[in-house]
Design a protein around this ligand. Structure first.
Ligand SMILES: [Zn+2]
Length: 402
C-alpha cells in the first residue's frame, strides 16, 4: 500500500534525538559528550544543547571526569536513576508482586499481595487497584515522577488492547485490564505476557544487551518462551506467537492444561517432571525404595542425594527440553539462548542431557556460535521487574514517526 511519509517536524526530531542520546547514555554509561557525538553522529552544538536539557529535566547526571584526547578533562554522563520511576506488576495464581523501579531498572521497593487471582478475574481489578494505590502511597514516590505501569500475566495477551486473551494458568479468558488500570491511575499502562516482560528486562539490563537475535525460555509452572528478532520482540500476526510450551510433543500423550493433548509443557515443566518421576517409579520392578514427592523442590533434593529414579526423571526431562530447544535453534538461528528457572539447582540437573540433545538435533552449523546461558538467579521479583521494564523500554525508545 502506498503511504505518503509526512514531514518530520522539529519537535519530533528533537524527541528522536533526545531519545537516541538517552539510549546511548543508558547503554554506554559513563560516557563523555565527545563519545556521544561519535556514536550518534549529531553535531557538537546539538549534543551540548540536548545534554544540558536532559540534565535540567533530571534525566541524566554528570558523574565524574575522564581524560580526553587533547589532555583536557571531559565530564562523564549517565542516566539519573531517580529521574523517574515505573511500576511493575506480575499477576500470579495466588499473588500479585509489585515493584517500583528507578531509571536504572533497580528495585526501589517491593510488596507482595496475596489473593486467589486464578479463576477470579472479576475481582482482580479491584484487588490490583487497591493494593497498587496503597503501595504507591507507602513508597512516597512523587506522583509526577511515575512514568507508567507495566503488567505481566501468563498466556496470550493482546498488547494493543491490554487484554488477557487466554491464560490457562490464571484461568482468565478475554479479560481486559489495560484500559481500566489506565483510567484509574491516569498513567500509561502496558500489558504483556510475563515471558515477554522477562526478555524485556534481559534486553535492557542483562545478557540480552549484547545480542540482536536471542531467545529466552522459562521452565517452571509452565514452559514459556519469548524472542527478540532483529532487536524487536517477536509476536506473530495476532501477537500471540511463541507458545513453545504448546507445540506437539506426543500426539497421544499426556493431557495439557490448555485442553490439548501431548503438548511439550505437559513434559517439560514442574508438573511435567513430577509426572515423569511418578511414571518411572510406577514402572520400576521394585517399589521398595520409592519416595513420594509432590513438589519439584523435593525432587531436586532427592536427585541431589543420588536417588536414581529422580536423576532419571531429570535426565529424561533434559532430553525433552534439549530436543525442543534444537527446534528453536533450527527455526530462529539465534545468537543466544537464555534458559531461566527460579530454582538454584534444577537447571544444573537437566543441563547434561539437555546439552547433548540440543547438540545432536541442531541442524548443520546453526549451533556454531550459539551462546547458551542458564539463568539460575531468576526470582519471582525478576518477573515483576520485567513488567516494569515494559515502561522503561517505551521511555527509552525513539518515538514512532508515522
Ligand atoms: Zn498445551
Amino acid at each position: 500500500m502506498y503511504r505518503q511519509v509526512p514531514p518530520v517536524d522539529r519537535k519530533m526530531m528533537q524527541k528522536i534525538n533526545q531519545n537516541t542520546l538517552l539510549n546511548l547514555i543508558r547503554v554506554h554509561a559513563p560516557i563523555s559528550r565527545t563519545e556521544l557525538r561519535r556514536l550518534s553522529g549529531l553535531s557538537q552544538g546539538t549534543i551540548f544543547g540536548m545534554t544540558a536539557s536532559l540534565i535540567e529535566q533530571q534525566l541524566i547526571v554528570e558523574t565524574g571526569e575522564t581524560q580526553s584526547t587533547g589532555g583536557r578533562k571531559a565530564e562523564l554522563l549517565e542516566i539519573y536513576p531517580e529521574g523517574g520511576y515505573v511500576l511493575g506488576l506480575e499477576i500470579r495464581e495466588y499473588e500479585l508482586v509489585m515493584v517500583l523501579l528507578n531509571l536504572h531498572g533497580n528495585i526501589v521497593a517491593i510488596e507482595h499481595y496475596e489473593a486467589q487471582f486464578r479463576s477470579n478475574a472479576v475481582y482482580a481489578l479491584d484487588w490490583i487497584t487497591t493494593s497498587v494505590d496503597a503501595f504507591i502511597r507507602r513508597t512516597q514516590v512523587p506522583r509526577e515522577k511515575l512514568l507508567g505501569i507495566g503488567c505481566g500475566v501468563s498466556g496470550g495477551v493482546n498488547t494493543h488492547l491490554g487484554e488477557v486473551v487466554d491464560s490457562w494458568i490464571l484461568d482468565w479468558h478475554n479479560v481486559t485490564i489495560g484500559p481500566p488500570l489506565h483510567e484509574h491511575f491516569k498513567l500509561p499502562v502496558f500489558v504483556d505476557n510475563s515471558v515477554n516482560c522477562l526478555i524485556c528486562y534481559e534486553r535492557l539490563f542483562r545478557s540480552g544487551q549484547m545480542y540482536h537475535n536471542f531467545l529466552l525460555v522459562t521452565f517452571g509452572r509452565g514452559l514459556g518462551m519469548a524472542a527478540i528478532i532483529r532487536d524487536s520482540p517477536f509476536r506473530g500476526s495476532q501477537g500471540l506467537g511463541a507458545e513453545f510450551g504448546h507445540i506437539p510433543f506426543d500426539a497421544h500423550g499426556r493431557f495439557c492444561e490448555c485442553g490439548n493433548q501431548g503438548c511439550l509443557e505437559a513434559y517439560v515443566s514442574d508438573h511435567g517432571i513430577l509426572r515423569t518421576y511418578a511414571e518411572i517409579v510406577a514402572g520400576a520392578s521394585s517399589h521398595a525404595d520409592a519416595v513420594d514427592v509432590s513438589l519439584v523442590e523435593q525432587l531436586v533434593e532427592l536427585a541431589m542425594q543420588g536417588n536414581q529414579d529422580a536423576l532419571r526423571a531429570f535426565e529424561l526431562t533434559g532430553t525433552y527440553l534439549g530436543n525442543g530447544l534444537a527446534c528453536l535453534v533450527n527455526l530462529f538461528n539465534p545468537e543466544c539462548l537464555i534458559i531461566c528457572n527460579e530454582g538454584e539447582h534444577l537447571l544444573s540437573l537437566l543441563s547434561p542431557s539437555m546439552k547433548t540433545a540440543l547438540k545432536q538435533h541442531t541442524f548443520s552449523q546453526l549451533g556454531k556460535n550459539l551462546q547458551l546461558i542458564c539463568e539460575k538467579s531468576t526470582t519471582i521479583e525478576s518477573w515483576a521487574r520485567g513488567a516494569g521494564c515494559l515502561v522503561l523500554q517505551d521511555f527509552f525508545a525513539s518515538p514512532k514517526q508515522f
